[in-house]
Design a protein around this ligand. Structure first.
Ligand code: HEM
Length: 177
């Protein structure tokens, strides 16, 4: 039970925070993703959209190269190109993140693959899609997105989180012309 709670909370929030950080740093990609989400939501409830699987590119590419020691097993969690945001790399490829393609295994692979993979994915889709469908996001105090700090730190010995929490100002989308 402890594994389920520990593995099921910070993972999703950290991924949402990194996703929003990268989207803020790449306004063109933010616009593209937001337009896609808004058009998917048009006239539908979030339930329908999530059911239909909004093609929100999941940007869980940050789990850096780490050597973990869990229950006496040493695991290597590799990740290629963790530092560049290229959502289009997932558009024309058969590489998935379900543990079959070793170049991209954010949920691990094999017998100890993440137990909450579908729950985690749905959480990310639901939160990100709702955040982008309903709000425009800005940095406080006119901060330039390219200066957004992306220093990482480890929490709980395994999770790579943003050292300085991300602060954003939401503006309801309906109030933007
Ligand atoms: C973005 C969300 C998530 C990511 C990126 C993620 C990632 C991972 C990774 C990399 C592992 C190690 C897999 C391996 O050893 O090969 C793992 C294990 C695990 N995860 Fe997740 N996870 C996420 C969400 C969740 C959620 C929502 C839950 C529970 C509701 C969960 C429960 C677990 C458990 C229990 C394990 C241990 C599995 C075992 O040792 O047999 N995770 N996760």
């Amino acid at each position: 039970m402890q594994d389920v709670f520990a593995g099921g909370t910070d993972t999703s929030t950290a991924t949402i925070e990194w996703s929003m950080t990268e989207l803020m740093k790449h306004p063109v990609i933010m616009q593209k993703v937001q337009a896609e989400v808004i058009s998917a939501f048009k006239g539908k409830t979030s339930h329908t959209v999530v059911g239909n699987n909004v093609r929100l590119t999941v940007m869980i590419y940050r789990s850096s190269n780490e050597c973990l020691s869990m229950r006496g097993h040493v695991q290597l969690i590799p990740n290629t190109e963790p530092d560049s945001l290229k959502p289009e790399r997932f558009e024309k490829t058969s590489v998935d993140f379900m543990g079959n393609d070793y170049q991209f295994i954010p949920f691990g692979s094999g017998s100890r693959i993440c137990f909450g993979i579908y729950f985690g994915l749905r959480t990310l889709e639901l939160f990100l899609a709702q955040m982008l469908n309903n709000y425009n996001w800005n940095l406080p105090r006119g901060l330039n997105p390219s200066n957004l700090d992306t220093t990482e730190t480890l929490t709980g010995g395994v999770l790579v989180v943003k050292k300085d929490p991300l602060h954003l100002i939401p503006t309801p989308y309906s109030s933007v012309d």
